[in-house]
Design a protein around this ligand. Structure first.
Ligand SMILES: Cc1ncc(COP(=O)(O)O)c(C=O)c1O
Length: 427
């Protein structure tokens, strides 16, 4: 896979280098220069999830990794199910929360860990990542106690749910967590600064596990094929998929899938009130506002890092602007929608509810729609229980994490503070 830096076209890298580097020069993200179509989609859809995912990832990565190596990596990473549940007639929920940290980030995080284990060959590596909620847990669990790898996680203090936080801040050992006095965008800015800092980069062997990292995105492509594979065959032709979007990595993966042959007619990227992209789609003016806190806190992002990747596919006409919908759902509507979904007998947390609403708002009559459940409702226990007036059972991994003490340190929103800590601890 040949990739280029979307901010500096002269920087070309292989898949292995893109995974190891994370972010390119001038803070540009890497993206494939071209995406070849997959052969025989029908046969592919008939395969089981792991075999199909190995084929898709081998196709995307190309000859940099032997097919049997990719197959082994996929088997290790994707060791939990993907479920498609019919919620209403023609409306399906793709449940992506059956992994160890109960969110879709387990797919990307675990595949990235497999990639780095392959590529780092025993070199010291520090994974530095900012999380708006679920990346932290997925990455922490994927790398926990892996030799020669340290993980540093920044999160916006008090702005993620307790369950999200406890799933990574309670691990210790090689997992180092910092609660930043700022927003997720501030955390992302600190990560970006670290990547521009040559001394930090080389002394720590820095790598990013954000959805910036291409290995995470390609892994996420696989479950979109699984969604279509699980739809009744007669409904596959005209499917519409709705993705709750914050940093726009997940919908980017869906679009990559569409470009290489996933039969999906329309895509919705639905945001909360942090609606930079919906406004941009409407008036073509990129005007991020200050980040606003919401019930769907993992999507409280006003400068989505992955948008340039989505935009290039749209601008190149690899996927049509006409088939791409981006609307936003405000706080009170999020609650109303959660209650509406509850009436169907299904329980959705706020991010999932936003995807449902984005689908309902844009779905053509008679078409099949799939909305993504990106997190287990129990990860947002407090808001779900209060809004829906129910009591949730705690899945065991969550109950265990909640009982442990938080090991994170508080830090100011100041890169020089983080820099000193990193050099003292890991440099
Ligand atoms: C539960 C949940 N839903 C949706 C999203 C948004 O995904 P993306 O940032 O890929 O747009 C996130 C991201 O952290 C998340 O944790």
């Amino acid at each position: 896979m040949q990739l280029h830096n979307l901010k500096d076209d002269s920087q070309k890298v292989s898949f292995v280098d893109a995974v190891k580097t994370g972010l390119g020069r001038n803070q540009g993200v890497f993206f494939p220069e071209s995406l070849a179509p997959l052969a025989d989609i029908d046969a592919l859809l008939d395969m089981d999830f792991v075999s199909r995912s190995s084929k898709i990832l081998s196709h995307l990565i190309g000859d940099e990794l032997p097919a049997d190596t990719v197959a082994q990596m996929v088997q290790n990473a994707f060791n939990f199910p993907v479920k498609l549940v019919e919620v209403e007639e023609n409306i399906y929920c793709l449940e992506l929360f059956h992994g160890p940290t109960l969110a879709f980030k387990d797919f990307g995080g675990r595949f990235m860990a497999e990639c780095l284990a392959q590529f780092s060959q025993g070199e010291k590596t520090t994974i530095l990542t900012a999380t708006s909620g679920d990346t932290g847990a997925a990455v922490a669990h994927a790398f926990y106690n892996k030799p020669n790898i340290d993980v540093v996680i920044l999160y916006p203090k008090g702005k993620i749910s307790l369950a999200q936080q406890k799933l990574f801040t309670t691990l210790g050992n090689n997992i180092h967590c910092y609660a930043v006095d700022g927003s997720f965008d501030d955390c992302q800015a600190m990560v970006k600064n670290a990547f521009l800092d040559d001394e930090i980069k080389s002394r720590l062997g820095l790598n990013s596990a954000n959805s910036i990292n291409i290995s995470r995105l390609v892994a996420q492509v696989c479950y979109y094929f699984e969604a279509i594979a699980q739809l009744p065959k007669e409904k596959r032709a005209n499917a519409h998929i709705s993705v709750p979007s914050g940093n726009f990595g997940n919908v980017c993966a869906a679009m990559i899938g569409a470009v290489i042959g996933l039969p999906v007619a329309k895509l919705s990227a639905t945001t909360n009130q942090n609606d930079t992209v919906p406004r941009f789609i409407h008036d073509k003016n990129w005007a991020p506002n200050a980040t606003i806190e919401s019930l769907s806190n993992a999507m409280d992002v006003s400068k989505p890092n992955n948008w340039p990747r989505v935009q290039i596919m749209l601008d190149n006409n690899w996927f049509s602007y006409d088939d791409f919908y981006s609307t936003s759902v405000d706080e009170s509507n999020t609650q109303t929608v959660m209650k509406k979904i509850q009436q169907t007998g299904y329980v959705a947390e706020p991010h999932t509810a936003i995807a449902y609403q984005g689908l309902k708002a844009n779905l053509a009559q008679g078409a099949a729609g799939v909305f993504l459940a990106t997190a287990h409702p129990a990860k947002f226990k407090d808001s779900v229980e209060e809004i829906l007036n129910i009591e949730l059972d705690m899945p065991k991994p969550l109950a265990d994490a909640l009982a442990k003490p938080c090991l994170a340190e508080d830090i100011a929103d100041d890169y020089s503070v983080l820099r000193d800590i990193l050099l003292a601890k890991l440099g």
